[in-house]
Structures are given as C-alpha cells and as structure tokens.
Design a protein around this ligand. Structure first.
Ligand SMILES: Nc1ncnc2c1ncn2[C@@H]1O[C@H](COP(=O)(O)OP(=O)(O)OP(=O)(O)O)[C@@H](O)[C@H]1O
Ligand SMILES: O=P(O)(O)OC[C@H]1O[C@H](OP(=O)(O)OP(=O)(O)O)[C@H](O)[C@@H]1O
Ligand SMILES: [Mg+2]
Length: 407
C-alpha cells in the first residue's frame, strides 16, 4: 500500500507518550493521608519536579522537557540491528571501549571503561527521536537519519560527522528507459512537459521529510510522494512511481533495476556520526566530560586509521643534514616533521654513528609514493607498521563542540 503525501505536508513524529508522567497534570499529588516524610518526601519532590517540567513543556508547546532530570547515568544509543549495528560496536572496540552485551536481545549494556554510561540499543530512527525526547544523551546513527528524523531540530548536535562507516548518499533516481532515456539532470527532469498539477512527478521514498523539502528547495512544483518500507527500486517498473528517492551505496540495486542517478539529484551524503542532545550536554552532570572522552578516543583512532608509521635508516653526517635531505620530498614531512635519531653501530670495537633512523607517519594512500621518496634520498630497510592511535594536544572537534554550545 502506498500513501500519498502532498508536497506541502510536513510529517512529524509524535514524541513517545511514556515520556510524560502517566498521571494527570492536575492530580492533587500533595494531598495524602500518609505523612510526607523520608523516601516519600524525596519521591514527591521528584514527581513534583517532573510535573512542573511537564507542565512547563506543555505550556511552551514542547513535547520533550521531562527527561533531563531524574537519572544519573549518561545514555548512549547504538543501532540495535541492521547495517550499522556491528560496525558501531567495532568502532567503539577499536577505541578501547568494550560494550558488554551478554546476548543480542538484551537492549541495555555497559561499557566498563565509562562507568557513568549505559548503552541502549535502539533502531536508528528511534535513537534520533529519543535524543530529542531526552531519553538518550548520545547516539551513533547515519547522517541521513539525523536529517530525516531530526528535521533540523537545534537540540541535536553533531559531535563527530565522519565515523568512517555506513557511507551512502540519498539520491533521486529515474528509469534508464522510456521518456527518461535522455534525461541526465534534475533540471532536465523538472523541465519535462509531462509534469502538471493533474499529473505530477510521482516519487517513491522512505524519506518523507527530506524528499519534499529537497524538491521544494529545487523549485519542483508538480510532484507527489508515496512511501513504502523497502524495495523502492521496483516502484517505477511496477508503474507506481516515476522516480525514487532512496539511499545508494554501491549502486548495484539501481543498476539491477534499470534506474540511474542524475546530476543535481543528491539530497545528502551520509555516514555514521556521533550525535548528542544539546540539553543533555549542557544540563546533565558528567555528559560533557563523557562526550569529551569518547570524542578523544574516536579522533585518536580515526586519525591513526588512515596512517602508517614508516621507519627507515639513512646514511648521513648528522641529523640536520639528513633532515634537510628528507624535507626535499613532499610526502615525508609526517605529522609535525620527521623524527630523526642516531643509530649507534659498533665498528672495530668502537661505537660510531653512520646511520640515522627516520620515523614518519604517512597516509595509507601515499605509502608507496613515500617509500619511493625515501629511497630516492638514500633510505634503506624501510619498516612499515599500522598506527593505532594519534592523540593530538586537543581535538579540533572538541573546540567546535564547545563553540556550538556557546561555551
Ligand atoms: N546501501 C545502504 N542502504 C541503506 N542504508 C545504508 C546503506 N549504506 C549505509 N547505510 C546506512 O545504514 C542505515 C540503515 O541501516 P539499516 O539497514 O539498519 O536500516 P533499515 O533496515 O532501513 O532500518 P529499519 O529496519 O529501522 O527500517 C542508513 O540509515 C544509512 O545511514
Ligand atoms: O547501492 P546499493 O549498495 O545497492 O544499496 C542501496 C540499497 O540498499 C538499501 O536497501 P536495503 O538493502 O536496506 O533493502 P530495503 O530497501 O528492502 O530495506 C537501500 O534502500 C537501497 O535499496
Ligand atoms: Mg532498498
């Protein structure tokens, strides 16, 4: 079944009703025959605070003001299943953060290295919804899901936008055949005389917020949307839609269904990101410290992931002379410049320095080029090993985060 969504409709999810206390806001919560002492008094204070926050949020027209109070643990949402689940756990493992999940159906887990943090496994779209409702503080999800379900809400902060997995893009695709055979761009598609108010361009998509927004931003007026849960690529051949707007990574599904992407048709590029609730970072005790630690670990791992450590020996008269030679080669400068140290050799019973060891980090992509350049300036015995972490003095994303938070 497909549902028609007019272009000017904004679909909004409604925040989980369990977020609001299940009692009525007008309940006489302070009247009771039981004396108000000890635990009861503390509970009452919590309930009163929840009610007053809920009342404030209702008064402000917001759906989401209750959850920042009332819990000590920082909550990190991770995808419970699907493409992103295993990669999220692997990434944390690579950062020496080991999520202890006893079995895959257990939706809450611990990270012993972050004792104040709980992991909650949720579907990606629910991670975004729960960040907004205050039920989660941090989460790892695709940027596509942040865009679609976050809808530009300012409470969502992207702490790290490139976690290096889940790469894909959201793109408009049309058939290779029929009236679309010669259409190569969004502009050409928009100018086709076929689309009128009575017979608009029909787009099938699961992205019912981003799809209409993209079309509107591109000035495409005569368009309607239908939605389905999967296998959207079949819709044009079935005659249900003219085009689809869906995620693409390898491009195989499009190709196999005789569809093509068009110039100007990419809505967004996506990969996994670390996302946080602004409110949690500013109001929840310990949240900012936790996000700093997670960010440092992520940055150290991700920066190192693209690099090799290269060690080579070079004959030379002194360290400066070797450095001069090395610096003539563009790929050999390393992170801050090469580290050069003397190699002490024993010759005829005497210690002498004829060689210098040079240590540099090189991007994985530039490895062979760097080895060639090292050889060209007299390098020999080149050893290459993977780099595990690069901890900089401070991560640039941390200062960006503080400025986003106005700190
Ligand atoms: N080829 C791809 N197709 C879809 N998603 C991809 C692809 N490559 C990477 N991704 C990322 O993976 C996410 C989808 O993960 P998953 O497969 O678990 O979702 P889903 O099955 O659509 O979710 P749900 O079961 O909740 O409908 C996307 O939001 C995107 O960020
Ligand atoms: O470019 P590709 O590598 O071919 O990947 C793109 C396809 O993968 C996703 O579908 P998914 O596998 O999640 O199936 P579904 O659409 O039925 O949910 C997406 O919706 C595309 O159909
Ligand atoms: Mg699909």
């Amino acid at each position: 079944m497909s549902i028609s969504i007019p272009l000017n409709t904004t679909l909004q999810y409604s925040s989980s009703s369990s977020l609001l206390p299940s009692f009525s806001l007008s309940s006489p919560i302070t009247s009771s025959a039981v004396p108000v002492t000890g635990i009861r008094q503390r509970c009452l204070r919590m309930v009163t605070s929840c009610v007053s926050n809920a009342q404030k949020s209702v008064l402000n027209g917001a759906t989401d003001a209750v959850s920042v109070v009332g819990r000590e643990q920082i909550r990190l949402g991770l995808p419970s299943k699907g493409r992103m689940a295993a990669d999220s756990l692997d990434l944390l493992k690579d950062c020496q953060l080991f999520v202890k999940q006893v079995n895959p159906r257990q939706y809450v887990a611990q990270i012993p290295q972050l004792p104040n943090t709980e992991v909650w496994f949720q579907r990606p779209k629910d991670i975004v919804r729960k960040l907004l409702s205050g039920d989660l503080d941090l989460g790892i999800v695709g940027l596509d899901i942040v865009g679609e379900f976050g809808q530009g809400n300012e409470d969502l902060i992207i702490v790290h936008e490139a976690l290096n997995f889940g790469d894909c893009h959201l793109s408009l695709a049309i058939p290779n055949y029929g009236i679309f055979e010669n259409i190569k761009s969004l502009k050409e598609l928009a100018q086709m005389p076929q689309w009128t108010e009575e017979r608009p361009l029909r787009v099938a998509t699961g992205f019912t917020y981003l799809g209409p927004k993209f079309m509107k931003e591109n000035g495409i007026k005569h368009v309607t949307f239908s939605t389905a849960d999967g296998a959207l690529e079949a819709a044009p051949a079935m005659g249900i839609a003219d085009a689809i707007l869906d995620l693409v990574s390898s491009g195989t599904t499009l190709k196999e269904n005789n569809l093509k992407e068009i110039e100007g048709g990419v809505v967004l590029k996506s990969q996994a990101a670390l996302v946080a609730s602004r409110r949690a970072l500013t109001e929840r005790k310990g949240a900012l410290e936790t996000v700093h630690e997670v960010l440092e670990r992520l940055e150290a791992h991700l920066k190192a992931d693209g690099q090799f450590t290269v060690v080579a020996n070079m004959r030379g008269t002194d360290a400066e002379e070797v450095a001069e030679r090395v610096k003539t080669q563009p790929s050999l400068t390393g992170l801050q410049g090469p580290t050069i140290s003397p190699v002490y050799c024993k010759r005829d019973g005497k210690v002498s320095i004829e060689y210098y060891a040079i240590v540099i980090c090189v991007p994985k992509k530039a490895l062979y080029e760097s080895v060639q350049q090292l050889r060209a300036v007299g390098g020999s015995g080149v050893l290459v090993s993977p780099l595990t972490y690069i901890f900089d003095e401070e991560t640039p994303r941390w200062s960006q985060l503080l400025s986003k938070l106005g700190m």
